[in-house]
Design a protein around this ligand. Sequence first.
Ligand SMILES: *[C@@H]1O[C@H](CO)[C@@H](O)[C@H](O)[C@H]1NC(C)=O
Ligand SMILES: *[C@@H]1O[C@H](CO)[C@@H](O)[C@H](O)[C@H]1NC(C)=O
Ligand SMILES: *[C@@H]1O[C@H](CO)[C@@H](O)[C@H](O)[C@H]1NC(C)=O
Length: 594
Amino acid sequence: MSSMAKVCVLVGLGIAGLIIVSRQWEKKKRQKKRKEDFGAFIERLELLPPPQPAPPVARHILTDLTFALQDIFDVEGYVTGFGNPDWLRTHDPAAKTAGSVSLVVAHGATCVGKTVMDELAYSITGENRHYGTPTNPAIASRIPGGSASGSAVAVAAKLVDFALGIDTDGSVRIPAAFCGILGFRPSHGSVSTFGVVPMAQSFDTVGWFARDANVLRRVGHVLLQLPMVDLRRPRRILIADDCFELSSTPKEKIVDVVVRSIQDLPGRQVVNHVNLGQYITSKVPSLKIFRNEESRNGEGKSALKDLSNAFELLQRYEFKMNHEEWVSTVKPHLGYEISVRVRAALESTEEKIQSCLKARNEMREALCNLLKDDGILVIPTVPILPPNLRSKKRQLEEFYSRAFSVLSISGMSGCCQVSIPLGMHEGCPLAVSLMARHGADRFLLDTILDLHPSLQKQAEIASNTQPSISDDCQIDAAENYKEKGNAAYKGKQFHKAVNFYSEAIKLNDTNATYYSNRAAACLELGRFQQAEEDCSKAIEIDRKNVKAYLRRGTAREMLSYIKDAIEDFKFALVLEPTNKTASTALERLKKFVL
Ligand SMILES: *[C@@H]1O[C@H](CO)[C@@H](O)[C@H](O)[C@H]1NC(C)=O
Ligand SMILES: *[C@@H]1O[C@H](CO)[C@@H](O)[C@H](O)[C@H]1NC(C)=O
Ligand SMILES: *[C@@H]1O[C@H](CO)[C@@H](O)[C@H](O)[C@H]1NC(C)=O
């Protein structure tokens, strides 16, 4: 090799090295960013609200609230990404901002960015192979649900107060349920979809997420352009028993919680149980053409299946009408699951479409007659807990099939629906859905505001019912409860952790660790008084328990017993002179007493 060639090789290696280093740096940067924002955002941008009107005119009703947008809404000057880089590359910046977005900004909310979504909105898992899957803040090993995954994650992780997403087949309801927050799908056609990339117009709705029922209602009033007036209480609650039979979570965890919460409300409410499948069979005759031999046997259940078949057929057909040309010319790179769905859509034909549309109209009328003005239908949001990330094809098929059996009910009827979190089950968020007739959005929003506190209370009671323990664990039952408590604590299920530690204490009240651990969980729940008491007990048993001193110091600091807190941290420092937690707490507190 000539010396010139050697130099070239060296320079080449050097550049390759630089590229590798800079790639790794980019990757690190992305990972760091993912940690900070749970991978929820795809692009940061700011849309500021107009100035407040001069008094005595009331302030904008969404003042001080921040929100995020699924990357399917147009924002003037930005290219809408639709979850896929090829879409982004082949489209121009939007000329106008989506109507729903302008509306919430005009009413005082500040937009802080666009969020990651499933490619072409054609999936319900929330996994995106191009931009990464947003991390579910409730349980990181499970999917966040989609397609509005990033919007749900941004709200669940408290990065914003609310977020907008498009719900065609469950894209708001599913991630709301899986991330443990509220998600609202309005009546079809009640919020303008101007400036939104269409998926399937027969079902597309502008939905929204929130953690707080009041925020959910305020955003709803703006989007639905409703006057703020007095609350109206539901009179009839209909529980769709057959839908809950599809669910893998124990019925008492959901249905009983809902029934007890309703009984908490003032006034008299009537609770009825219905078989929705049977009702649909008799009221939606156009579904007959979807019935096959197999489904004729189990009448009621099969009606829900027929309904979801009709839904999927119409969704495929409309997706094809919207996007066939783009898919055929651009030939985008799509994740495997998505490409299967898109291919099926492109192969769909007009056959049966008229029957689907007819079934849709019959379904709307049937549910209007069932619910009238004062009825609320209770169904599972998704009759399955969130699947693991990167699940196998078989598991996903099961997920899709069960999910659509209940998600298609509001899809096909156009009814409004809200998903409400109901505590945890097996480490995963649980949810329930309430539906009202098409057009009764205000009534539904009022019902949530009314019912949300007692639902949360009853859900907490249900998750705290005494856990059963198996015989082979009897050897050291107290220790076993402590381990369960630790696991619950790690999973951030602090109520559960408190209960497990309490069981351990019931069995053996001479172990300081049980008290000290319960105190840690109480601190997380803001129960400072109890945390202080538990630490005192722990210290009584074991005078050298550093953790108990540190925790009691924290509890006392929160209770504003500053001097006592200082004593605790000082004592911890005596026992463990190098402990940074204790020394920084002391420095912080000394400022208060000077
Ligand atoms: C409680 O645990 C301690 C040690 O952890 C043990 O010495 C004691 O016997 C236990 N008491 C009961 C009632 O089991
Ligand atoms: C209390 O329990 C912990 C573990 O849970 C154990 O290591 C410790 O020995 C127990 N305390 C006493 C005094 O036996
Ligand atoms: C302080 O002490 C506690 C209890 O021993 C320990 O868990 C914690 O990690 C210590 N913190 C630091 C910063 O050393």
